[in-house]
Design a protein around this ligand. Structure first.
Ligand code: PLP
Length: 417
């Protein structure tokens, strides 16, 4: 029997086995969430006044967030508390908020609001995070695409683009354990990003540090701090950092925060303050209390997360190696942190693999999602999110996925492509 026929038979058997598995979105497992259940009861009716002196039931507190929570956000981002704003439940909301205000009013170094530009552009790095692309498109930015290199965005191309075009207002990328490639930006890339000459005086590095403390090994990556480096380079407004507790405590029910120079913080807080009186202090307080009381603080909690997540990454890698190793069918990353494995097929089959998987009951991130407009020019990148399913389900999902990759490869080979 030919390989294709054997693979087809194995696939038909898989399809008949009634799978219902999901490795689509980067979500924590229930056991990860359980680590933070203490949040739900750590503040009660006897505890409504914060050490900093605010009543969590009333308005006063300010737009920048509760001091106790700003201290924790600062620790996560590696900056000073005065350089932070802690918002509500999503870092994406803060990113879109800053971009919207930049469009409407400009940033401190702007000559004019960005909407005055005939076509404001933003550099994005691929493979990247689909929600960044969707947001930028929705806000009216044109996207200039550069590749991730294993050491962060392709800095030569970034520097050339930024130097040449005043309509390029910045870059959006993930500096630590990037989504989906898992790479961490190298020191020399940080240095170039903060010091390079840009045609736009207000060129801004929007660094979405969603995985800043999400280490999987005992030798954590801590890239050179972009904000500190920007200040040292004499471009204090060049960088805005973003982060959240979405994958520290509860996803979408935690706190987003941003980091920037103190003058940028004042500028943004003034604009945000026209929209609301202040963020949810009850959430700030219970997060500050819970994370402050956790043994070892945020780092201790992240180690407990890693103990649950590392076996999943190891299992996924072992199955990829066993099923696909040495056959030239695909390459994949072995991340040291973050939430994803990025797999690149040798042949242009990503869409077919995802389709085969779907028809067999396995949801995988749609092919192309890691590129703007869902268009992967090589039709080869597949983002694997191994964190959510329990280990036995993940193993089944990885076996199913690798079978789909083998079958799609064999189909193309049989077609002489
Ligand atoms: N940024 C990146 C790079 C992500 O991967 C994610 C979630 O997958 C988010 C932001 C979402 O963060 P939040 O829940 O704080 O909006």
């Amino acid at each position: 029997m030919s390989d294709l026929k054997k693979l087809q038979e194995a696939y038909d058997a898989l399809k008949g086995s009634g799978l219902k598995l999901n490795i689509e979105r980067g979500q924590p497992g229930d056991d990860n969430f359980d680590l933070s259940n203490g949040l739900l009861t750590i503040v009660d009716e006897h505890d409504v006044r914060t050490p900093s002196g605010f009543d969590i039931r009333n308005y006063p507190g300010g737009v920048k967030g509760l001091p106790e929570m700003r201290t924790i956000a600062a620790e996560i981002l590696g900056i000073a508390p005065a350089e932070t704003i802690v918002g509500n439940n999503a870092s994406l909301k803060l990113l879109s908020g800053v971009l919207t205000w930049a469009l409407l009013k400009g940033l401190p170094d702007s000559n004019a609001p960005w909407v005055k530009s005939p076509s404001p552009k933003m550099i994005v790095a691929v493979p990247g995070y689909d929600r960044h692309f969707t947001m930028l498109h929705a806000l009216g930015f044109q996207m200039e695409v550069v590749n991730m290199t294993g050491r962060g965005p392709d800095i030569e191309t970034v520097a050339k683009l930024a130097a040449a075009d005043p309509e390029i207002k910045g870059i959006v990328f993930v500096p630590t354990y990037s989504n989906p490639t898992g790479e961490t930006v190298a020191d020399e890339v940080v240095d170039r990003l903060v010091s390079m000459k840009t045609a736009a005086p207000d060129f801004t590095v929007f660094a979405d540090d969603a995985y800043a403390v999400h280490h999987l090994t005992n030798s954590p990556r801590r890239p050179k701090n972009l904000l500190t480096a920007a200040r040292a380079a004499g471009n204090p407004h060049r960088v805005i950092l973003f982060g959240s507790t979405s994958k520290i405590t509860f996803a979408g029910a935690g706190l987003g925060f941003l980091g920037a120079s103190e003058s940028m913080i004042d500028y943004l807080a003034k604009l945000f303050g026209t929209q609301f009186i202040g963020p949810n202090k009850a959430e700030h307080y219970r997060h500050a209390k819970f994370l402050g009381n956790y043994p070892g603080g945020v780092a201790g909690l992240m180690q407990a997360h890693a103990a649950l997540l590392k076996p999943k990454f190891d299992a996924a890698d072992a199955i990829l190696s066993r099923e696909l190793g040495g056959q030239g069918l695909a390459e994949w990353t072995t991340p040291e942190g973050g939430y994803f494995i990025s797999l690149t097929t040798a042949r242009p089959i990503a869409a077919r693999v995802v389709e085969l998987a779907k028809n067999a009951g396995l949801s995988v991130t749609p092919a192309g999602a890691t590129y703007p407009f869902g268009k992967d020019p090589g039709n080869s990148n597949i983002r694997i999110a191994p964190t959510r399913p329990p280990l036995p389900e993940l193993e089944k999902a990885m076996e199913a996925l690798t079978l789909c990759i083998k079958l799609a490869s064999a189909e193309l080979e049989a077609a002489g492509k």
